[in-house]
Design a protein around this ligand. Structure first.
Ligand SMILES: [Zn+2]
Length: 412
């Protein structure tokens, strides 16, 4: 007996309309809907021909510094400005306040279809371990709806502020999932990377580094990250966020760097809302977009994924935790307008991001965890263009969110 049979759904790369069954949180049945035999199920739901995706994966978000607009007196004019303004506000963060603002992001993500998320929790002398411990508490609190990975993130630099290295080590000891880094916040790049890679090796964890967040083509810490990844035998276990300098590098040289990124199997996380909002500002004419060179990296076989990064704070005074918003922004700004690009973008939000996060048992296949989101439209391109509000979300086979939309159009 199945717990759930979801009928009449369209899956990626499948021409037939399918039925999908769940038992004990695992996908246990998958067959074309036209088959006459239907297995018994405690609950049967009609998918009405909508597209069913595996749960969306948000690979890069900052929870404890989301939703700060009401505390901001002005807008940030540069990256350093945003870092300074946020650092000042951090002195006033309390655990309850961080929890509530984080939960607002998580609730929006879950109802958007997100079943896995990686957050960067800030660890530094201002917050100590409070943001990290708040994230650990949230991870338990929301575990029925969302798997949360916590990156131990030194936003203020590792060496610029005495005591940060020790706090990072303590956070890893307490259960940090991923070692974070931020190459543009310390002056000694090699010492920074050495510390990050050593910590990851000590705790047997993967790495996720903020890097090369500028328009300066000479900022290429990504090359050092690739070299160290290969030297450490950590191919496939290292992610890098932003990597926008590469978008300003002369094409031939950028391609050579992309090949090195591919050899190291780095996962590149483009964060378009923040990148577009912060970069390019210093250009008085012919303003650069300041984006990660997404298409070029994809062409070189690199796993490129996209994240919301910041939600409504000095770095990005916009944002919703719906990955389709991020995908739409990339579609427009990275010239990804066709049907195959729509499929590629949806793949980034699902399989690609799952790979970056090292998720096991992911995807709509027999034996995988039943993390699923049903849309009311039939194709990936429709999902990208419509960003339909109407969605149903299951985590390990349990329905965790459902949005119904009532529309009244008079005489149309
Ligand atoms: Zn970030």
């Amino acid at each position: 007996m199945l717990d759930l049979l979801l009928t009449q759904v369209r899956l990626q790369n499948a021409s037939a309309v399918m039925d999908i069954g769940v038992r004990n949180g695992i996908i246990d049945y998958l067959a074309p809907s036209e088959r006459e035999y239907k297995p018994d199920a405690l609950s049967i739901e009609d998918g009405m021909g909508g597209m069913l995706l595996p749960g969306l994966v948000e690979p890069h978000v900052h929870l404890e510094k989301a939703h700060l607009l009401s505390q901001m007196e002005q807008e940030a004019a540069s990256l350093q400005d945003a870092i300074r303004m946020t650092a000042a506000m951090k002195h006033g963060f309390t655990r309850e306040d961080m929890k509530q603002r984080s939960l607002a992001v998580i609730r929006e993500a879950v109802r958007s279809g997100v079943t896995h998320m990686r957050c960067h929790a800030e660890v530094d002398p201002i917050l100590g371990l409070s943001a990290f411990e708040s994230a650990l508490e949230l991870k338990q609190l929301v575990s029925h709806a969302l798997d949360l990975q916590i990156v131990v993130f030194p936003q203020e630099g590792i060496f610029k502020n005495a005591g940060t290295a020790e706090l990072m080590e303590e956070a890893m000891r307490l259960g940090g999932d991923v070692v974070g880094g931020i190459t543009y916040q310390d002056t000694d790049l090699q010492a920074h990377l050495q510390f990050v890679f050593n910590l990851a090796e000590k705790y047997g964890k993967s790495i996720d580094i903020h890097t090369d967040f500028s328009d300066n083509p000479e900022h290429l810490a990504i090359v050092d990250i690739a070299e160290r990844t290969i030297a450490a035998g950590m191919e496939g276990l290292v992610s890098a966020g932003h990597v926008t300098s590469l978008g300003s590098l002369e094409h031939g040289r950028a391609e050579a760097v992309a090949e090195r990124i591919q050899e190291a199997n780095l996962h590149i996380m483009s964060l378009p809302a923040t990148d577009l909002f912060i970069n390019g500002r210093a250009d008085m004419e012919r303003k650069r977009r300041g984006l990660t060179p997404i298409v070029m990296l994809l062409e070189k076989g690199v796993n490129v994924v996209i994240g919301v990064n910041n939600v409504r704070n000095p770095f990005t005074p916009f944002g919703k935790a719906d990955p389709l918003e991020t995908a739409w922004l990339v579609a427009v700004t990275a010239y990804m307008g066709g049907d195959s690009e729509a499929r590629q973008l949806i793949r980034m939000l699902t399989e690609g991001a799952a790979q970056a996060l090292g998720l096991k048992n992911y995807g709509l296949r027999l034996g995988a965890e039943a993390d699923m989101v049903l849309f009311s439209v039939p194709t990936e391109r429709d999902i990208l263009l419509d960003k339909p509000e109407q969605r149903t979300v299951w985590k390990r086979g349990i329905k965790v969110a459902e949005t119904q939309v009532a529309i009244l159009l008079n005489r149309l």
